[in-house]
Design a protein around this ligand. Structure first.
Ligand SMILES: [Zn+2]
Length: 325
């Protein structure tokens, strides 16, 4: 099933608009626009082509002038979140680009992003497929400069609306979302992933992806404690009310399942990241393999075992593997 390009913004709470788009026919990715009397905040920009294909038509339909965007928040460094930034800035040159300081270097530079965010797998014997890397580079767009680092608790004044930055790390080290206290709306983007895909739903092909199991677990708790009425994300339909708690429970359950699975899979024989990811994919997937997303979560658990002393690294000088300690 291939989705038609969506260009319709949805008002999910008063002044809070979701702009859903589709990448490559199957991957759902949403941007969010928060409009106050004194400004408008666009959260994430999609890939390089998303502004032209989706965001601009959606804003036109809302009769909202893109030049009135005063702030662009890039939630984290992944290409599907910041690749459209230069295209937005061409049309909203006064907008201030805000981003987590921990990910500024990656957001501003494709080579830094490529090496630190995507090629990390090479030390474990995996690689980024050439066509995947070509696509990522193309969709990174033209480089932009972040005007201001943001951190947990920062307030962005939009006149009638005050948008609070919330640190939601785990998926990436610096990931931030937006908390709208009056609406009890949390625009969390890639902070929480549920159980990842439902194979029957082609827009949910990405697995829960986190680089730190501890930070991801703490973020699930943070979201739970905020007790939002609306949970906005990038790759999932927005959730509201009673639908939120089960999603958060699924998110925690996935972490527990992967932890247990990998703890049981490690033996005294060294195992590669590829082999352990395959085990996880068979048990909890299938997920799309081409972005090494599940490998990131598998790696997070393996490193937790190493820190806890239940696993140890084995290296042949080129490739790092793991075995039970
Ligand atoms: Zn991401």
């Amino acid at each position: 099933m291939v989705f038609e390009m969506i260009t319709t913004a949805q008002e999910r709470a008063p002044g809070v608009f979701e702009i859903p788009s589709v990448i490559g026919g199957t991957i759902r990715i949403a941007q969010w626009l928060i409009v106050g009397t004194g400004g408008a905040l666009l959260v994430d920009t999609g890939i390089a082509s998303t502004p032209q294909e989706t965001i601009l038509p959606a804003l036109t339909q809302l009769e909202f002038d893109i030049a009135d965007v005063t702030h662009v928040l890039l939630s984290h460094c992944d290409v599907d979140h910041c690749g459209g930034a230069s295209s937005i800035l061409e049309r909203a040159p006064e907008a201030r680009v805000l981003a987590p300081g921990a990910e500024r270097a990656q957001i501003e530079s494709w080579p830094v992003l490529r090496d630190q965010r995507y090629r990390w797998v090479e030390q474990y014997g995996l690689e980024v497929a050439a066509e995947t890397e070509t696509w990522l580079e193309q969709e990174f767009g033209d480089p932009i400069t972040v005007a201001q680092d943001v951190a947990d608790g920062d307030l962005i004044s939009l006149g009638s609306v005050s948008a609070q930055i919330v640190a939601l790390p785990g998926h990436s080290p610096g990931l931030v979302g937006v908390w709208l206290e009056d609406q009890r709306a949390l625009i969390a983007m890639d902070a929480v992933f549920g159980r990842g895909p439902d194979p029957a739903e082609p827009t949910r092909v990405n697995p829960p992806q986190y680089g730190s199991a501890e930070l991801y677990g703490a973020t699930i708790e943070r979201v739970t404690s905020l007790d939002p009425l609306l949970l906005g994300s990038s790759h999932f339909e927005p959730l509201s009310g009673d639908a939120i708690a089960p999603f958060l429970a699924e998110s925690s359950a996935f972490v527990a399942s992967l932890d247990e699975l990998l703890a049981g899979a490690l033996t005294s024989e060294p195992a590669t990241l590829s082999a352990l990811t395959e085990i996880a994919n068979s048990a909890l997937g299938p997920f799309r393999p081409d972005f090494n997303e599940l490998a990131r979560s598998v790696h997070a658990h393996l490193e937790r075992f190493v820190a806890a002393g239940t696993a140890t690294h084995v290296s042949d000088g080129q490739t790092t593997t793991w075995r039970a300690a």
